[in-house]
Design a protein around this ligand. Structure first.
Ligand code: EPZ
Length: 435
């Protein structure tokens, strides 16, 4: 079993380069299925979620070529509707975007109910509402989602989302670009990755307007053509390194970012006394010797992102005083709190509220990565704790952070990826260490 082994107490110093945005890439790759031509996509993050989606597309007949580490070409000209690798689909939540892209391209779709991080109920009723409004017959049976345009072509519709949903907004956008007529998505999510998807689709000949606002208009077109596109930097990866710099009391230049996408994170960090200086495509974060307590409430963009909530939880264990985190998006995104308690954190959780008694030194411990961002939070806590921390289930982390160990080691962190052969195999803890 692979684990991260961390020895805390080192302040991070240096520069880190941010990769392409995971939550943009996992929508753009499935959307390439709509294009009968070659899509050249740059700044793809090297993470397992994108690898899995590219494998699924190849199974549907797409030709995928790796131009270099972060650039691929996807040619879906000869893609055909057929059974896809459902075992892969089941592992990632973003597989739901294949409903919109298969429906838009083939007029029919069969996917698994989405997998992914488990922090409370994560229905897809808004996705189904949108596809149905576009003229598809949608049903869920035996763990699969079936959608069919009943032999015709999807048609435009006016869709009001009952909940601000990133996934539903993007999925409906994907399905609507080849539908006949105009689609209006109201109460749409406004995250940067939604704008990125719209820009990708428009570079392939679609007509999507208003992305980034709460009303998106899609004028259906007959066909999309090939083209090239570069994915935006990852807002959450950048925020994770910003919080790590603040928590360890270091000084880190976070490069290849769009500072506007980080405004809420920068503002919240400044409230703790952390210095955040913005430049054109980078931010400099200088940790404060005494972190101040703050309150955080996660909201849809441009509010404080829920995907930064666990990382802030780890940081606020170190801040002087009592901080309150209110999770505004999910029912149960505090599973990581139990892991922080193993390190000496004093946190009370009541539903969507966590009360953190800060100002204490954490101590290293064996902990789990409960999900992608919770795993990142445990790494941040381990880098600040006294002693050794081992983080298990790091596959969650590898889903969303490219070269996490390499980037942190380059900043001075004492972290290694270590493979512990199963006890049953060797009866001992023989360790093979990877830097
Ligand atoms: C996306 O998930 C991201 N995942 C999540 O990032 C992120 O936390 C979330 O957006 C919010 O920003 C991907 O983009 C692959 P939602 P998604 O639909 O689309 C409810 C990470 O760490 N809802 O915006 O699933 C839902 O339960 C991951 O990178 C419905 O009720 O999130 C939640 O309470 C974790 N019905 C709220 O809306 C629906 O049909 C927001 O969910 C859809 C969602």
């Amino acid at each position: 079993m692979d684990k991260y082994v961390i020895h805390g107490g080192t302040a991070l110093h240096g520069e880190v380069e941010i990769s392409g945005a995971k939550n943009a890439a996992v929508a753009i790759i499935p959307a390439a299925l709509l294009v009968e031509g070659v899509c050249r996509i740059e700044n793809i993050p090297q993470i397992s979620d994108t690898d899995m989606l590219l494998t699924i597309l190849a199974e549907l007949g797409a030709r995928v070529s790796y131009i270099n580490r972060t650039t691929i070409e996807i040619d879906c000209t000869d893609a055909r509707y057929q059974d896809a690798p459902y075992d892969l689909m089941r592992k990632i939540r973003a597989s739901y975007y294949l409903i919109g892209s298969m429906l838009g391209r083939f007029g029919s779709a069969k996917t698994t109910m989405p997998g992914g991080c488990n922090f409370g109920v994560r229905p897809i009723d808004q996705h189904i509402k949108g596809m149905t409004a576009l003229g598809a017959d949608v049903s869920v049976k035996n763990g699969f989602v079936y959608a069919d345009a009943l032999g015709g072509r999807l048609h435009g519709a006016r869709i009001y989302l009952d909940k601000v949903s990133v996934g539903a907004t993007m999925n409906i956008m994907i399905a609507a670009v080849l539908a006949s007529g105009r689609t209006i998505i109201e109460n749409a999510a406004r995250e940067p990755h939604i704008v990125d998807l719209a820009n990708f689709l428009n570079s392939m000949g679609a007509d999507v307007r208003g992305a980034g606002t709460d009303t998106i208009k899609v004028n259906g077109v007959e066909k999309l053509h090939g083209g090239s596109y570069s994915i935006i930097p990852d807002q959450i990866e950048a925020g994770t390194y910003m919080v790590a710099a603040a928590a360890t009391g270091g000084e880190v230049l976070v490069k290849n970012v769009i500072p506007k996408h980080l405004e809420c994170i920068s503002a919240k960090l400044r409230e703790t006394g952390t210095i955040v200086q913005e430049y054109e495509d980078s931010v400099l974060v200088k940790g404060a010797s005494n972190l101040r307590r703050v309150n955080v409430k996660t909201m849809p963009y441009p509010g404080f992102p829920t995907d930064m909530q666990p990382q802030m939880g780890a940081l606020l264990c170190l801040a002087n005083g009592t901080s309150v985190i209110t999770e505004g998006i999910y029912d149960n995104r505090f599973k990581y709190v139990n892991e922080l308690r193993k390190m000496g954190a004093e946190i009370q959780v009541d539903g969507r509220i966590a009360i953190i008694e800060g100002g204490r030194r954490l101590t290293g411990a064996p902990v789990m990565a409960c999900d992608l961002r919770a795993g990142a939070a445990m790494v941040i806590a381990g880098m600040c704790a006294a002693g050794e921390t081992q983080v298990e289930d790091i596959h969650f982390i590898e889903r969303g952070y490219e070269n996490f160990v390499g980037k942190l080691r380059a900043l001075g962190a004492d972290i290694s990826l270590v493979s512990f052969p199963d006890e049953a195999e060797t009866g001992s803890d023989k360790i093979i260490a990877f830097g």
